[in-house]
Design a protein around this ligand. Structure first.
Ligand code: AMP
Length: 420
């Protein structure tokens, strides 16, 4: 062990488990790539104001959880706590929304940082795959994103997740509801912090998990009763499209989520095997965000799925992904001449696309065969002086133990045949 450890709230991804993380990222991005979403990558940090304005000054993410710092040059930056604000900033900066080809559909994958109290499923550095569809108001787009996330989770074999769905209204109806909710909440017995929240972001109070708060919320005005006709019709269409696609969802009128920018459709994917950190992913429509960060009106919708929690969900359901062994062939040279010749064969195999590894460091036969077995390879190539004198190497099937001599110049073809 060295003097140093991974910082609190973080962990390292190491082989072989790291292969599962890669496979999860692949599984989530697969349906997006197949549906017109292009890959976008943005910096790991941004101007802190982008998040303050985009995510919301009153959110926990901005007030408590952001890694914000000042550079030597005096810039105020923050490690990104989420992806949407950055992606929209980048799309606006590059004028992707101009030229008439809307929506702009983008997907991303990367690291995010929140200064949270660490626990299982909640880390200070975590990984998300996300998707954003920018510039179009169409319930089919909201439905598309939910269907693609559902498809991704199902392709991983996950079954014990649920989709919670709600509408948060728009700039017409939400303020009316907000005022009514504030009136109600101001009549309750709440602590100072929560009372402040009633002033700044009353909808978040509905999300408060503490029992003494939840008990008092019975009888609170519900947004459903305040939705304008346009929002109601929009939401009904999203619901119908999901039903037609046979994607099951639950209406959850209390779902508000932790970011301020959501309007209309909001949703969360929760997994029942994860304890308190049960949200594996979430998203929604953010029709006002572009204007909040200085852009034109661009109604948009998106989601982000957490890779860490998706891996925990796989564990909770006892799902082991079928990940092919990294190495197919393992070469074991016996002596210096064999080393030179087999290293050449390894290079040729790799150039031919065969996953091959080599016993480095002058290991003896016994040790080298142990490494071969540990690598998961199906075949070993073994050669000593006598083999070389005959112009062959031994091709050994590591499952059956069967060994056959193969002419040196036929190694690539013979290996391919044996693996087929
Ligand atoms: P949010 O941006 O808060 O909606 O988060 C979207 C998804 O990212 C969540 O459903 C989680 O899967 C994941 N996530 C958010 N925060 C954390 C965290 N601190 N640790 C691990 N995963 C997280």
């Amino acid at each position: 062990m060295s003097t140093f450890q991974a910082p609190k709230g973080t962990y390292d991804l190491l082989p072989p488990d790291s292969a599962t993380y890669l496979a999860v990222r692949e599984a989530i991005s697969g349906p997006l790539k197949n549906s017109g979403y292009g890959y976008i990558e943005t910096p790991g940090f941004e101007n802190v104001e982008l998040f303050a304005r985009g995510v919301g000054e009153s959110t926990d993410i901005v007030t408590k959880e952001m890694y914000a710092f000042e550079t030597k040059g005096g810039d105020r930056l923050a490690l990104r706590p989420e992806g949407t604000a950055s992606v929209l900033r980048a799309a606006l900066e590059a004028n992707l929304h101009k030229g008439g080809n809307l929506p702009v559909k983008l997907w991303y994958s990367g690291s995010y940082y929140r200064y949270e109290r660490p626990q299982k499923g909640r880390y200070r550095h975590f990984s998300q795959v996300g998707a954003e569809a920018i510039g179009t108001e169409d319930p089919a787009l909201d439905a598309e994103l939910i269907i693609l996330a559902d498809q991704a989770y199902r392709s991983l074999g996950l079954r014990n997740f649920r989709i919670l769905l709600n509408s948060l209204g728009d700039k017409e109806c939400r303020p009316v509801y907000r005022a009514a909710l504030q009136d109600f909440l101001r009549g309750l017995d709440l602590d100072d912090d929560t009372r402040r929240r009633v002033d700044i972001n009353p909808l978040r109070v509905l999300d408060d998990k503490r029992e003494y708060v939840q008990k008092q919320l019975a009888g609170a005005p519900m947004l459903r009763d305040y939705l304008c006709e346009a929002c109601k019709a929009y939401h009904e269409q999203v619901r119908e499209l999901l039903t037609a696609a046979q994607v099951a969802f639950e209406d959850d009128e209390k779902l508000v989520r932790g970011l301020d920018y959501y309007t209309r459709t909001t949703f969360e994917f929760v997994h029942d095997g994860l304890g308190s950190q049960s949200a594996v992913g979430g998203g929604g429509r953010y029709d006002g965000l572009s204007e909040m960060i200085g852009g034109p009106a661009l109604p948009s919708v998106g989601w982000a799925l957490g890779v860490d929690r998706t891996v925990l969900a796989l564990e909770a359901e006892g799902i082991a992904l079928d990940i092919p062994a990294a190495t197919s062939v393992y070469a074991v040279p016996l002596g210096d001449e064999a080393r030179r010749v087999l290293f050449g064969a390894v290079t040729a195999l790799r150039r031919a696309g065969v996953a091959t590894d080599f016993a480095y460091g002058g290991k003896g036969l016994k040790n080298a065969m142990k490494s071969a077995n540990r690598s998961g390879a199906r075949l070993a190539l073994v050669a000593g002086e006598r083999d070389l004198a005959e112009g062959v190497v031994q091709l050994k099937d590591l499952t059956s133990g069967e060994q056959t001599p193969v002419a040196l110049d036929a190694v690539v073809d013979e290996v391919r045949r044996a693996l087929a």
